[in-house]
Design a protein around this ligand. Structure first.
Ligand code: ADE
Length: 252
């Protein structure tokens, strides 16, 4: 079973997230477990200080190594399996995407270190961290939002977490394409109809239409995704037909 553990000085940021929606239901159904550990609990002294001034000077504060190392060791000791990995959320890490989410979903446990202030004492990272992950090229005030994003994306890939057997397989990115368009009732909304084919009950036609919209929206919105992906025969035919339709419009 996947066990997510978040090490943070703000556990109250993480806990409400674990208490909502699909993540909450997966925890209740014991498909995943998730908890936060308050790093401050591992700090020394009456004031439980977790940060200090940087050696060498400069602005900002650095997270002290002892409390974090203590929290990581406690999390590792509690981890249900040796197959748990420790992740440090940092803008310097490997950029998170669906492929990394899929790979992380294979482990039995993810221990996530959330930095605050300017960063974390380098010596904690050296020995204790397996992967550094960034959620994008921008800087947050701490790793908590990033940890929640990683939990959310990974949890929904774990078998049983989403309702249908294959809900996650049809997602955007899974086949290297963006997902098709979705419609629900009413059949006419503010004058706009649901595409006829979806009301036809013909599953072959519906699948073909979905592939078409999926391909076309990938070309329009994220052409970069197609650079690393070979098109199969059916997909090429769809795009060729699209080109012919456009030619017709041009020459009309
Ligand atoms: N902590 C601060 N910024 C971050 C980012 N972009 N990704 C992951 N963790 C972070």
């Amino acid at each position: 079973m996947m066990d997510f553990v978040v090490l943070t000085i703000f556990p109250e940021m993480i806990n409400p997230f674990l208490n909502h929606g699909i993540v909450r239901r997966a925890i209740e159904r014991e498909i995943i477990s998730a908890s936060s550990i308050d790093v401050r609990g591992f700090a020394e002294g009456r004031h439980k200080v977790t940060d200090d001034r940087p050696y060498g000077g400069g602005c900002g504060m650095v997270m002290k190594p002892e409390p974090l190392a203590g929290a990581v060791r406690a999390a590792k000791a509690n981890a249900p399996s040796a197959n748990a990995k420790t992740i440090y959320l940092t803008p310097q890490g490997r950029k998170f995407d669906q492929g990394i989410a899929r790979r992380l979903a294979q482990f039995d446990g993810l221990i996530m270190i959330c930095g605050r202030y300017e960063g974390v004492d380098e010596r904690v990272l050296d020995g204790l961290v397996d992967y550094e992950i960034s959620i994008g090229d921008y800087v947050l005030t701490g790793g908590e939002l990033a940890a929640m994003i990683v939990i959310d994306a990974v949890a929904r890939l774990i078998p049983g977490v989403l309702g249908g057997d294959d809900s996650a397989e049809k997602d955007s990115f899974e086949g290297g394409l963006l997902e098709h368009a979705h419609y629900t009732r009413p059949p006419v909304f503010e004058g706009e109809k649901v595409p006829e084919v979806l009301l036809s009950g013909n599953h072959g036609d519906i699948e073909k239409w979905r592939l078409e919209t999926s391909l076309i929206r990938t070309v329009l919105k994220r052409p970069d995704l197609l650079k690393d992906r070979k098109l199969n025969l059916q997909e090429k035919e769809i795009l060729k037909k699209w080109c012919i339709d456009i030619e017709k419009i041009i020459s009309a």
